[in-house]
Design a protein around this ligand. Structure first.
Ligand code: CP
Length: 294
């Protein structure tokens, strides 16, 4: 488990899952408890990185049955993030299965836990309204989680509402792909920029902050705009709706205490599903390959 970025849930759920399944987790934090890694092609390595992924990934693969990497978007180069360059580099170098622990574009393990939560709470998610809403945050954050929520909800055929201020668009190709997928599964996808009406008819309110695609390379402009978007904080949700967030969450910035601490909050159950869903993934990846035959 190679963590190029921090984690609480992903790391702890994987370590717990490995222990429960009789697997052993090796957790590495390059630049923290092991060598800082270079992942770019053809660079002169006279900076902080002491080792290149070209050596490190095959070495790790020779010790393990599955590799996994967390690598967030750099939020500096839009095309590099769109290409999911670091994840792609690991994937290209690894001769064994590679799990995505959240990359520049996607967070599939979170997506599985989210879907498990919808199924448990809603029965059949198809046709139920999920509102994915942008919410304030003091920092500039990636789009991996909102992309994943859209993809997961579309795949479940939900009636997806994507709510965000003008300018905080997700990548158009992601929205178009998810819109087509939702329609093909009996759902749909609509976009609103109205913070007052965004939760109309919602069964699920899913809050997350993300940076706007149009702001790549123009961070100062985005920061100035953020200061005026306090109305997007989630202060209440409709009575019948559940509130979700992937966590970690900043209280009273993204969402009010009253929502997180109230009966509408599904966040603890959502996080708990990270364990059971990643156990299923590990069983799928390791169960046939590494367990002794009867
Ligand atoms: N939701 C999630 O991935 O949490 P962590 O960043 O703590 O792993």
């Amino acid at each position: 488990l190679v963590f190029l970025d921090p984690s609480l849930r992903t790391r702890a759920s994987l370590e717990s899952a490995c222990a429960r399944l009789g697997a052993h987790a090796i957790v590495l934090r390059p630049g923290g408890d092991t060598w800082a890694l270079e992942t770019r092609e053809g660079v002169v390595m006279d900076g902080a990185a002491a080792e290149h992924a070209k050596e490190a990934v095959p070495v790790l693969a020779s010790y393990a049955d599955v590799l996994a990497v967390r690598t967030f978007a750099g939020l500096k180069d839009r095309e590099e993030d769109r290409a999911d360059r670091v994840l792609s580099t690991f994937r290209g170098l690894s001769p064994i299965p590679l799990l995505n622990l959240e990359s520049a574009r996607w967070h599939p393990l979170q997506g599985l836990a989210d879907q498990a939560t919808w199924i448990r709470r809603l029965g059949r998610p198809r046709g139920r309204r999920l509102v994915l809403t942008w919410a304030p945050h003091p920092r500039t954050l990636p789009q991996a989680v909102p992309n994943q929520v859209l993809l997961s909800a579309a795949g479940q055929g939900m009636d997806v509402v994507l709510a965000h201020p003008e300018g905080f668009d997700l990548e158009p190709d992601v929205v178009e792909r998810c819109s087509a997928l939702a329609a093909s599964r009996g759902g749909g996808l609509t976009v609103t920029h109205d913070p007052e009406r965004r939760f109309d008819g919602a069964d699920v309110v899913y809050a997350k902050n993300w940076s706007g695609s149009p702001f790549y390379g123009r961070r100062e402009e985005e920061a100035a705009l953020r200061a005026s978007l306090g109305a997007w904080q989630v202060r209440s949700v409709p009575e019948r709706a559940g509130f979700m967030h992937c966590l970690p969450v900043r209280r009273n910035v993204v969402v009010a205490d009253a929502v997180l601490d109230g009966p509408s909050s599904w966040v603890q159950e959502q996080a708990a599903f990270r364990l059971w869903t990643v156990m299923a993934v590990l069983e799928d990846q390791l169960g046939g390959a590494s367990w002794p035959s009867a």
